[in-house]
Design a protein around this ligand. Structure first.
Ligand SMILES: [Zn+2]
Length: 448
């Protein structure tokens, strides 16, 4: 019998197994009920929000209608930075557990830091487990992770990811290990050459690969060129960047299996999970209010692309009310699977150029989001590969970097991009945006 956290996670899955089939209106009503609790709490316990809610015409005690909610201004990443401590709750209910701080640059080049409660982490784990159940993954197989590991990982394990033999552990660890008897875990950094990554996957006879879409694209191209087959592979899991139809088709053609993707962000949790039947993305309405807004701030209709604005419903440590995460997404029509959870057809614009090594080999660039986000003075960043030997890191800073901060950045870039590159660090009043107004965290002058 399962106890403690595992029992809680399974009980939550029972609830989600039911609520996913609710009609959209019922889900929306339940969301607004939780939202009203969150907003009332934010007004009381978060200094930043009292004035903001008043100014938007959401006085204390007033009913929180969708119309009233839509008057609240969206909260940009820069707003989050500027609010700083004022966005943290002075206290929150003891039942939500403790809190921890995370820093993230997302895919936007604008670092933010937020606090999350243990309850918010539980909701994250709940989304993770739901994904496993939806896709009927077999946890008994071998998982090969071609990706770095999150900060806080045992330094020895972290170092081993970069070693030629990688990290091999008896089981997958984490939430999976709480609920299932899992197979072997093998980890290898995606800064290794693609040929070595493919050898690593073959050596460990991977049943599942977890990697970033950009790295998968390189891996598929290598396998196609060299006629590599991976007969043990059952699925490829991706996260954090765009998965488009061409990548899905290439994975099917070259490796004979499907990509299972999700849409998540460290500061919010899971926004959407891939539907096991249609391949579209179902918004995780039980834990997240996700709005897709057009330029005028109105909700987009199916087929339209708009800004993603998200409100995590259970994190009371740093409530994010209508947080503009920095992505765009296309609204989908209701899904043929029958779930009431609304649909994103795709997420747009989470991609970077490739890093080209002096040898000509291409890699997915490692940007060191976590390390950069920890250096508080950095408000925006963009890497530019100027030549085969030279990288420039352009920054917007609140005050000049200290010598120690600069040394830390240089060391991080050597580890992430490789020692063969010269690094220039430059500071600017602002950084260039794309035509659509997006700051891209890595661009290459070598890409036509
Ligand atoms: Zn569906």
């Amino acid at each position: 019998m399962l106890e403690g956290q595992a029992a809680v996670l399974l009980a939550l899955q029972q609830q989600l197994a039911d609520s996913q089939w609710w009609p959209a209106e019922r889900l929306r009503a339940a969301q607004f009920e939780q939202l009203a609790t969150l907003v009332a709490f934010a007004r009381e316990a978060v200094p930043f929000y009292a004035a903001r809610l008043d100014a938007a015409g959401l006085p204390a005690g007033a009913a929180l209608t969708p119309e009233a909610w839509s008057r609240l201004p969206v909260l940009s990443r820069h707003d989050v930075r500027q609010a700083g401590e004022a966005l943290h709750a002075t206290s929150f209910p003891a039942a939500h557990g403790g809190f921890f701080e995370i820093s993230t640059g997302g895919s936007t080049g604008i670092p933010v830091r937020v606090r999350k409660t243990d309850l918010a982490r539980l909701m994250w784990q709940t989304g993770h487990v739901r994904g496993r159940l939806w896709h009927q993954e077999d946890p008994g197989g071998t998982l090969v992770r071609l990706l770095s590991l999150p900060p806080g990982t045992d330094p020895q394990i972290l170092a081993a990811l970069y070693a030629p033999e990688g990290v091999v552990l008896e089981n997958w660890g984490g939430v999976d290990e709480l609920l299932w008897r899992t197979g072997k875990f093998a980890g290898f950094s995606d800064t290794h050459p693609i040929a070595d990554q493919v050898r690593f996957v073959q050596t460990h006879q991977a049943n599942h690969i977890l990697t970033m879409p950009a790295n998968l694209r390189l891996l598929l191209s290598y396998c196609r060129q060299h006629g590599v087959r991976l007969p043990d592979l059952r699925s490829v899991w991706t996260q954090s960047e765009i998965v488009d139809d061409t990548l899905r088709a290439a994975c099917r053609e070259v490796l004979g299996c499907e990509i299972i993707d999700n849409y998540s962000a460290a500061e919010t949790g899971f926004l959407a999970l891939q539907c096991p039947e249609s391949g579209q993305y179902h918004i995780q309405a039980e834990t997240m209010l996700v709005e897709i807004l057009d330029a005028a701030g109105h909700a987009c209709q199916p087929g339209e692309i708009g800004r993603v604005v998200v409100t995590p419903l259970h994190n009371f440590a740093t409530p994010l009310l209508r947080y503009e995460i920095g992505d765009e997404a296309e609204v989908g029509a209701p899904c043929r699977c029958g779930r009431g959870l609304s649909v994103l057809r795709r997420v747009v614009g989470r991609s970077t150029d490739y890093l080209t090594l002096p040898s000509g080999e291409q890699r997915r660039p490692q940007l060191g989001y976590y390390q950069l986000a920890k250096i508080r003075t950095v408000t925006e960043f963009q890497y530019v590969q100027r030549s085969l030997q030279q990288i420039e890191l352009m920054l917007v800073v609140e005050r000049p970097l200290t010598a120690a901060e600069e040394a830390e950045i240089r060391q991080m870039v050597v580890v992430n991009m490789g020692p063969e590159f010269g690094l220039t660090i430059s500071c600017h009043a602002s950084l260039p945006r794309t035509k659509a107004g997006k700051l891209r965290p890595f661009v290459s002058d070598l890409v036509a």
